[in-house]
Design a protein around this ligand. Structure first.
Ligand code: CO
Ligand code: CO
Ligand code: CO
Length: 346
């Protein structure tokens, strides 16, 4: 490797998002366009917007970009693209087209690094069946990369974050701990194995998880990114007007991420996420501190969280596991709206 992208950033990936609290403040000032063909807008804080073209076709639109999460430019391109495309999968859509979004400090990085990031993005997009047909570049420091993605979906088959129903079970398709492992990488505390696992997870498209959701006619889902499991579950519970009980001992996490938290490896984004969500969350009195912090760990290109009819759960898990999502698990359930939106238990 010629140079290290991580040297250029304080925090990368989805943990570089502005805090959810600030975002909500800003969005208050954004007027909502009125158009009957807008099927999903920012009102419910969903993963992507959806616009109806005709009775058989709607477009899913989303964009994500962020500073480097790893040292290698090609891998960074792959991860950023997988993360950008994920929001289309979270809505049940088929991603089709994309544009590159690139901020690149031309004076500080060789042009080959630029080319490698774009090549990584191109290869991941190709794996997802997405054609990149253009883009935009700004000279800026630190580097940032991502995609604006368009997907197709049938207007009656949209999976939203408002589709969770009382009695459903909650399924998570990738383990948590990506934020902790990346923070540990900067501090020289993460093992090579855990870093490799985290990178593989970030490069893993949510495509196969989305295919399973579609097969079982799932109505409610989101993907877990910068606000962590608890933050995204909270947005889903609010949009669905339900409460959720999450059993943290059922939530899978990467290798030593639990132990790294003991050693103080908690990224700043976790505390921002906690601050945003805590008033709407009931924390069990015996809740394990490390599991609590994992619930708020910012994921980059994290898994899908979806709400499934409980009687279908064993078949769904079987399908997820045979699709290679071996850590998939039932992590809780959906209830009628209770006093708090989320109940975080051991
Ligand atoms: Co999302
Ligand atoms: Co997003
Ligand atoms: Co969604």
């Amino acid at each position: 490797m010629k140079f290290d992208l991580l040297q250029m950033v304080e925090y990368g990936g989805c943990s570089a998002k502005i805090s959810p609290k600030q975002l909500e403040e800003i969005l208050k000032y954004l007027p909502l366009p009125m158009d009957p063909n807008i099927l999903v807008d920012i009102d419910t804080h969903d993963d992507a917007g959806v616009y109806k073209v005709n009775d058989d076709l709607a477009l899913v639109l989303t964009t994500d970009f962020f500073p480097p999460v790893c040292s290698d430019p090609y891998e960074f391109g792959q991860i950023a693209a997988a993360n950008s495309i994920s929001d289309v999968y979270a809505m049940g859509g088929d991603p089709v087209l994309a544009l590159n979004i690139m901020m690149f400090p031309a004076a500080k990085l060789p042009i080959e690094a630029y080319a490698d990031i774009l090549r990584g993005g191109f290869d991941m997009a190709t794996e997802a069946g997405v054609r990149i047909i253009g883009g935009h570049t700004i000279d800026d420091f630190p580097p940032k990369y991502g995609l604006a993605v368009v997907g197709y979906i049938h207007p009656d088959k949209i999976i939203t974050n408002s589709g969770a129903r009382p009695g459903d079970s909650l399924i998570l398709t990738k383990p948590l701990g990506i934020g902790v492992i990346l923070a540990g990488l900067r501090l020289g505390m993460s093992s090579v194995r855990d870093v490799t696992d985290a990178k593989c997870l970030m490069k893993l498209l949510n495509k196969s998880g989305a295919e399973v959701m579609k097969k079982y006619n799932i109505k409610g889902a989101t993907d877990i990114t910068g606000y962590g499991l608890a933050g995204h579950a909270l947005k889903m519970a609010r949009a669905s007007k339900v409460s959720m009980v999450i059993n943290m001992k059922k939530v899978p996490y990467i290798g030593d991420s639990y132990i790294l938290i003991d050693e103080g490896c908690i990224p700043g984004a976790s505390f921002r996420n906690l601050e945003y969500a805590e008033t709407d969350i009931d924390f069990a009195s015996d809740l394990d501190y490390n599991l609590k912090m994992l619930a708020f760990d910012a994921q980059t290109s994290g898994g899908l969280l979806f709400s499934a009819p409980t009687e279908k759960v064993s078949k769904i898990l079987e399908d997820l596991k045979s699709a290679g999502l071996s850590d998939s698990n039932v992590i809780g359930h959906v209830t009628e709206p209770l006093e708090k939106c989320i109940y975080l238990n051991n």
